[in-house]
Design a binder for this molecule. Structure first.
Ligand code: ATP
Ligand code: MG
Length: 352
């Protein structure tokens, strides 16, 4: 499908805070690729908490419509989370994931090797199911004789487990090690986690994928021991696939292994759409100072391109970022440097 595209229509939703500084940087990186990708066509779209305070809506209908009808993919910046609950406000990123059925949150975590030809010691991808588990937010509170009692529903379906499993196997296929590790706690939660584990394990045996994943190795790990091993021997992991809650925790923990939040990209992917999103938030403490690290957003653009099948363009962006990181001459303050967003971006653009 990708080969036929005349142009690549990309929605840009910078949203709040440093999103407005790093998304334009990611756009420049995409533009620098020239003929390695179809001619990019950008659509500037609004959403976010700041937009909510001005207009009463965090995610305008028009933005959703434009993404759905006019765009092949999107880049999202960041939303600020209000410190108190604000009536009528729901996070636009959560709503967008739902509207566009972006059921997978995919987060590669890679360390940069000092030797340009050396292998990174950490090179893994966390594939997190993004629509169910405890995050269906069905919580209740009842009052009993001994005090309050809070309950939450945890939903695991075969359908959602199967499609996230397929996504994980597809990603593993394109990687040298081709190893999928299923994260669960089915020794305790045998019904819910049991279903997740069993369903993901069953993916290679589905008739419609017949033989496709024969070269992929499946491993599994109980979530607590997975965290332990993640910190002690992160090099053992290739693709980790997990239900929503474990995936949420694991992907932040894995990000911590490689340093600044300003480096870690992600995509939200479904069967029909992909949206790149840096893992960091709106960083109000550094907003407007011109020192936000643009690398997480630029890497998110690369990841988005890779997901669309433009491996060559994605490689060029990633290689440029990695050489800037290795050389160490241009680094924003979060990495201990003194460079501005613009200086780091320029260094990356030159290498692209
Ligand atoms: P939010 O409510 O939007 O999540 P936050 O205060 O939690 O905002 P984060 O964006 O999550 O802020 O960032 C946490 C810390 O990491 C902040 O000190 C922030 O300045 C820093 N940080 C995050 N992203 C970047 C970046 N791209 N460049 C530099 N520093 C960053
Ligand atoms: Mg935050």
């Amino acid at each position: 499908a990708t080969a036929a595209r005349q142009s690549l229509k990309i929605g840009l939703v910078p949203a709040d805070g440093i999103g407005k500084e790093v998304i334009p940087a990611a756009r420049r990186a995409i533009e620098a690729l020239g003929s390695d990708i179809p001619k990019p066509e950008f659509h500037d779209l609004v959403a976010g908490f700041e937009h909510f305070t001005r207009s009463g809506t965090a995610l305008p209908e028009e933005t959703v419509r434009a993404l759905r009808e006019d765009c092949d993919a999107a880049l999202f910046g960041a939303v600020s989370s209000p410190s108190r609950k604000v009536t009528g406000y729901t996070s636009p990123i959560v709503a967008l994931r739902k509207e566009l059925d972006l059921y997978a949150n995919i987060r590669p975590v890679v360390s940069v090797s000092a030797d340009p030809r050396g292998k990174p010691s950490i090179d893994m991808v966390v594939v997190r199911e993004n629509t169910e588990c405890l995050y269906v937010k069905q919580e209740t509170m009842i009052h009993t004789e001994t005090g309050r009692e809070a309950r939450a529903t945890r939903l695991i379906t075969e359908r959602a487990s199967r499609r996230i499993g397929k996504m994980a196997f597809e990603i593993a296929l394109k990687r040298p090690r081709k190893l999928v590790t299923i994260i669960h706690k089915s020794n305790v939660l045998s019904v819910t986690d049991g279903l997740f584990r069993e369903t993901v394990r069953g993916v290679p045996k589905l008739p419609e994928v017949a033989g496709r994943y024969d070269n992929v190795t499946i491993a599994e790990q109980i979530v607590d021991s997975a965290v332990y091993r993640l910190f002690r021997e992160p090099e053992i992991y290739d693709v980790m696939v997990a239900p929503n809650l474990y995936g949420d925790i694991l992907s932040d923990a894995a990000a911590a292994l490689v340093g600044s939040l300003g480096l870690v990209p992600s995509i939200n992917a479904g069967d029909h759409f992909v949206m790149g999103e840096p893992v960091h938030g709106s960083a109000p403490d550094i907003e407007g100072k011109g020192i936000a690290n643009p690398i997480a957003a630029i890497r998110s653009a690369a990841l988005m391109l890779r997901h669309l099948g433009y491996e060559k363009g994605a490689d060029r962006v990633d290689n440029a970022v990695n050489s800037v990181l290795r050389e160490g001459q241009f680094a924003t303050p979060d990495l201990g440097g003194k460079s501005t967003t613009a200086e780091v971006l320029d260094a990356i653009l030159k290498r692209i």
